[in-house]
Design a protein around this ligand. Structure first.
Ligand SMILES: [Zn+2]
Length: 408
């Protein structure tokens, strides 16, 4: 997927002069499927992917002795700073005094809101300098009005009632294909024609997935041929219908192995992440750190689910591929996923297995809320370079909060 397609030129600026706090979107109503023709689970999948892409924030690198921000750590202030500084992609976030480069960017944002809430947003005013949308849901009071400011010539949200009093029923005027076609090409088409065309397009997309899976073996051969000494494995299983279907995929490039051995630290980070969208599964990744402390890819595998069997599978491969033997002299960093921990114990009994501080802190945050002081103590413990400092920092945390200390 080309993430560029999702970008628009909406810029979101928090207005300092007014000191207004952007209102957060809270009205996320259920998406009802009263009209099956208008709502397709596949569209939801696509939307989920797009949403995940626009919401993705790369983690900043951890610099020693600087307490890092983590995504789970984001408080209101951080969110405001992000809104102020970043050119945001459209995610349906709307708030009073929001600024847009142009009318299209504003409309995109409203469309994002319509998709997010499932509400029937309709345009009620269009002018060269002002645009208004309202919710066409039964008796709904939701409204937004955006106009060009005289001062900076940008579009600014001047009125916003951020509350839906309607029940979304799947109708969405903004997404009516008939109207779009008429406006764009001046052609009148019937609803069945639209439905047929849409189904055809969806079938194309579906076929594309099937075709791509069918080419997976070719892709693997191509990698093997063009990257000497690299390993690619495509594992398949036979389903009830007797067809050979995808089970897992694993790849490492020989050049990664050589570079990792020559120039990276003796440290391997392991983690798993969900793959969303039409094709579900989990991506298991092994990463290194180069001498510049930057992330370095080692190998990755795609499996159905993150469990002990699959982690054993990946850890064994990495062990053989990097020649880790019993793990002596190497460090593994990961979260506390049970299957992962067990797989490392079994395959690399002498490895130093450390828990990722980000994950530890993430868990603490979940259990102890927004205790901002806690973070400093936790990171100080992680940065202890000898036992004495470690004990001292642990005592500091214990004195600060015994409940948090017990959790660490
Ligand atoms: Zn509404």
């Amino acid at each position: 997927m080309d993430s560029n397609e999702l970008e628009t030129n909406a810029i979101v600026v928090h207005d300092e002069a007014t000191g207004s706090v952007p209102s957060e979107e809270g009205a996320e109503g259920p998406i009802q499927d009263d009209e099956p023709d208008d709502e397709d689970p596949r569209e939801r999948d696509t939307f989920d992917i797009e949403k995940a892409v626009v919401e993705f924030i790369d983690e900043p690198s951890i610099v020693h002795d600087e307490y890092p921000d983590s995504s789970s750590d984001e408080d209101d202030e951080a969110r405001r700073v992000r809104k102020r500084n970043n050119i945001r992609k459209v995610d349906g976030t709307l708030y009073y005094h929001q600024i847009f480069f142009n009318a299209i960017a504003f409309k995109e944002a409203v469309l994002g809101h319509a998709l997010k809430t499932g509400c029937n947003i309709a345009q009620y005013m269009y002018d060269k300098t002002k645009i208004g949308f309202r919710c066409a849901g039964d008796g709904c009071i939701w409204r937004i009005y955006c106009a060009i400011t005289k001062k900076c010539r940008r579009w600014r949200v001047n009125k916003y009632i951020d509350k839906h009093t309607c029940n979304p029923n799947g109708d969405c005027e903004m997404l009516k294909i008939e109207q779009t076609i008429k406006a764009k090409w001046k052609i009148t088409v019937s609803r069945p024609q639209c439905q047929a065309a849409r189904n055809k397009a969806l079938r194309w997309i579906e076929k594309e997935y099937d075709e791509q899976f069918a080419m997976l073996q070719d892709y693997a051969s191509e990698i093997r041929e063009s990257n000497q000494d690299s390993t690619v494995e495509v594992d398949t299983v036979t389903n009830d219908a007797g067809e050979e279907v995808f089970n897992s995929f694993y790849v490492y490039f020989d050049v990664f192995k050589r570079t990792w051995k020559d120039s990276c630290r003796q440290l391997i980070g392991l983690d798993g992440t969900f793959i969303k969208g039409k094709v579900k599964g989990q991506l298991l990744v092994a990463l290194g750190r180069d001498s510049d402390n930057a992330i370095y890819p080692i190998a990755w595998g795609c499996v159905q689910v993150e469990n002990i069997v699959n982690w054993l599978w990946l850890v064994r491969k990495i062990k053989a591929y990097l020649g880790l033997m019993d793990g002596d002299g190497y460090i593994i960093v990961s979260n506390r996923q049970k299957g992962l921990i067990r797989a490392v114990e079994l395959e690399l009994p002498k490895v130093e297995h450390r828990m990722c501080v980000r994950h530890i802190y993430g868990n603490l945050k979940r259990n102890h809320g927004k205790d901002k002081e806690m973070k400093k103590y936790v990171w100080d413990i992680a940065w202890s370079y000898n036992e004495k400092d470690f004990e001292a920092n642990m005592i500091k945390l214990k004195n600060y909060s015994e409940i948090v200390w017990r959790d660490v």
